[in-house]
Design a binder for this molecule. Structure first.
Ligand code: PAF
Length: 324
């Protein structure tokens, strides 16, 4: 278990002495502190601790130190965990509408995704989490997801036939890979690397930020830059915790979360620029899908797109398409 009190928190504790009691904020996330999650969580902590003069001290549980993402979200609902940064893996199990952002090839590029999430559509989605006992403060990011596996390079849907591909426990992703002919195997992240090592799954899909941070080149041979779906994150706190904060404190947490989300995006920009080369240097065989190959995948996904339109509403999907 990785646990770390941020430096500011420790310094504030030392100087404040008995004069000020610090409230501990347990924050859980899936990857280590040197990942985009750590970049987001450490920034969130620093800003919030500074804005509240050290009244709060974040204690970091990276690398799934508080369990898988679903468990952490349940902890938020119960009030046993104060804060998290969570992927879209389990979000739609709590707020089904949030699954709209998981539709393959929905977003044209990073600018389109970020503008949508920062605009009214994304902000209204965040507000829906409150009914589930969570206060979603800001969008963070992982990047566009790509496929890694040990069987063969992927250039078209046929290359995915029967591939045991670990997906998140995300119904939209599962349907997409089934439609493409793969054998999607939903699994919580903490089990993935050992399942790849043992060969119980052939591959997985994640953005370069994750592929690099988790050193997947050590357990996977092929990397296909498919960019098949954008992967957002949400920075959120427990509603039970939130309701106990003053307005100023809430503002400090919100400001910290927004800054944390921006820190994640900066980390992802860097991973996008250097990650594929780093993985090739680390021994992976890398191929990148061109526009025609991506269009062919979208064509193969046609039956799934019909379902998505039924699930989320064709109007909303069109509205997202129009965001500049
Ligand atoms: O694939 C996943 O489960 C997620 O992308 C991960 C690795 C937990 C990061 O959020």
């Amino acid at each position: 278990m990785s646990m770390k009190v941020t430096l500011f928190g420790m310094a504030a504790l030392a100087f404040a002495g008995a004069a000020q009691a610090q409230t501990e904020v347990k924050i859980g996330y899936a990857l280590p502190e040197n990942s985009h999650y750590g970049a987001g969580a450490l920034t969130w902590a620093e800003v919030t601790e500074a804005e509240t003069d050290g009244a709060f001290s974040f204690v970091h549980y990276g690398s799934s130190g508080l369990g898988g993402e679903r468990e952490v979200l349940e902890g938020l609902q119960l009030g046993t965990v104060e804060a998290t940064i969570v992927s879209s893996g389990t979000l739609s199990n709590f707020v089904p509408e949030a699954g709209v952002f998981d539709i393959p090839f929905l977003f044209r590029d990073f600018d389109h995704a970020r503008a949508t999430l920062d605009g009214p559509i994304g902000q209204e989605m965040l507000a829906k989490f409150e009914d589930q006992g969570m206060v979603a403060l800001a969008w963070g990011e992982q990047g566009f997801r790509h496929i890694t596996n040990n069987r063969n390079p992927v250039a078209e849907a046929g290359d995915l036939a029967g591939l045991k591909l670990r997906t998140m426990e995300n119904p939209v992703h599962i349907e997409a890979f089934k439609t493409l002919g793969a054998a999607p195997t939903p699994m919580a992240w903490p089990e993935v690397v050992s399942a790849l090592q043992q060969g119980t799954i052939d591959g997985q899909e994640n953005p370069l930020s994750v592929i690099v941070s988790a050193k997947l080149n050590e357990v996977q041979k092929y990397l296909t830059l498919s960019g098949h779906v954008y992967a957002p994150n949400v920075l959120m706190v427990s509603k039970i915790f939130w309701d106990g904060l003053s307005e100023d404190e809430q503002e400090a947490f919100r400001k910290g979360a927004v800054e944390g989300g921006l820190a994640m995006r900066a980390f992802v920009d860097e991973a996008e620029a250097s990650g594929a080369q780093a993985m090739a240097d680390g021994g992976m065989e890398v191929n990148e899908l061109d526009l025609d190959q991506k269009a062919a995948l979208q064509e193969a996904l046609a039956p799934a797109y019909e379902d998505y339109a039924r699930m989320f509403g064709a109007e909303l999907i069109e509205e997202i398409g129009k965001v500049e």
